[in-house]
Design a protein around this ligand. Structure first.
Ligand code: TLP
Length: 343
């Protein structure tokens, strides 16, 4: 039985057309600034996000961390929602790499209010860390793929600006937000100093992310990328996949969102399973399987050919739709899950 893999949208394999784009890529040594495909990708993504410059990097983690390194000095503080990826899933990098202190803020499904941000900014005083950066996430991973309403995002950014903070956006799934909200990704990105986007999540490229932003910050990030060993040579091979993804895999994210809604509706019918359908805004479904601890449900479903992940709360599972899961797979997965939980 072929497993149906909802663990993440990172698991996709390059399509045949993407493999052809990879094979045909013109390349050069990007450390000398000579890879034409990387240069084309960097120019394209900067333009698309309405920001000055971009840097191609191996991973979303590195894009976020380079932003923190470029914005902050040792002893500074970064404000971010308590469930953010930079705090939960980046190996402790914020303190380990930069000596930066995280200031975790309470949010709702990953989204903050202007009041919470305003209250968290510390006054200038020799006792305090210097609150330097606000880092937001759109869509929000632990928030179940929640999209930031633009006006709320703008209000939060405004408060940060007034307090003299820089603003970074972890937009690993910013194109999911674009498609779900029906507004360009640049609407959010151009309000920030730096935005990270991933080509290897919903967009289906095998590797690669970009840090996009003000030219001076991207210059600094380029230096830090070298320091971390993230400067790559004939990286056009990878940039070609990212360019192909930008051109061909953005609009189709609507299919992943529709599949997520279909999956949520089907799960809600199952005994002992709770899903809040109104919270399925993009390609993630968070479902509560009340009768066992989440790791046991993950193992049970895996034995029935459905791969999932836990979602950080008791009984909570995360199921992510993507390029390699069809509508027919959704229906087959629902039948398998029914057999697993009803048996
Ligand atoms: N998220 C992965 C895991 O790390 C949890 C996943 O399966 O969702 N920002 C956000 C919001 C992300 O969700 C991720 C990946 C990253 C950054 C990091 O990207 P990579 O894996 O390329 O370092």
């Amino acid at each position: 039985m072929q497993p149906i893999d909802f663990r993440s949208d990172t698991v996709t394999k390059p399509t045949p057309a993407m493999r052809r784009a990879i094979a045909d890529a013109e390349v050069g040594d990007d450390v000398y600034g000579e890879d034409p495909t990387v240069l084309r990708l960097e120019a394209r993504i900067a333009e698309r996000l309405g920001l000055e410059a971009a840097l191609f990097v191996p991973s979303g983690t590195q894009a976020n961390q380079l932003a923190i390194g470029a914005h902050c000095r040792q002893g500074d503080e970064v404000l971010t929602e308590a469930g953010s990826h930079i705090l939960h899933y980046e190996g402790g990098a914020v303190p380990a790499l930069w000596g930066v202190q995280p200031g975790p803020l309470p949010g709702t499904r990953g989204l903050l209010t202007p009041e919470v941000v305003e209250a968290a900014v510390r006054e200038e005083n020799i006792h305090n860390p210097r609150t330097r950066l606000l880092s937001l996430e759109n869509t929000h991973n632990r928030g179940g793929g929640a999209v930031w309403p633009l006006e709320r995002f703008r209000a939060v950014v405004e408060v940060a600006r007034k307090a003299g903070l820089a603003v970074h956006l972890d937009g690993a799934r910013l194109f999911n937000a674009e498609v779900a909200a029906g507004i360009p990704a640049s609407s959010w990105a151009k309000l920030t100093d730096t935005t990270a986007v991933c080509f290897s999540k919903g967009l289906g490229a095998p590797v690669g992310s970009a840090l996009v932003g003000r030219a001076d910050l991207i210059r600094e990030a380029r230096r830090l990328r070298k320091r971390l060993g993230g400067a790559m040579r004939q990286a056009g091979i990878l940039a070609a996949a990212a360019l192909h993804a930008l051109e061909h895999h953005v609009e189709r994210l609507a299919e992943d969102h529709a599949n997520a809604r279909r999956l949520a509706a089907g799960l809600a019918q199952l005994p002992g399973v709770k899903v809040d359908a109104a919270h399925v805004e993009t390609n993630m479904v968070v479902a509560e399987f009340a009768s066992r601890p989440a790791p046991e449900t993950v193992a049970l479903l895996a034995r029935h050919g459905v791969l999932t992940n836990t979602a950080g709360g008791p009984g909570l599972l995360r199921l992510v739709t993507h390029l390699d899961v069809s509508t027919r797979d959704i229906d087959e997965a629902l039948a398998r899950i029914r057999r697993a939980v009803v048996a």
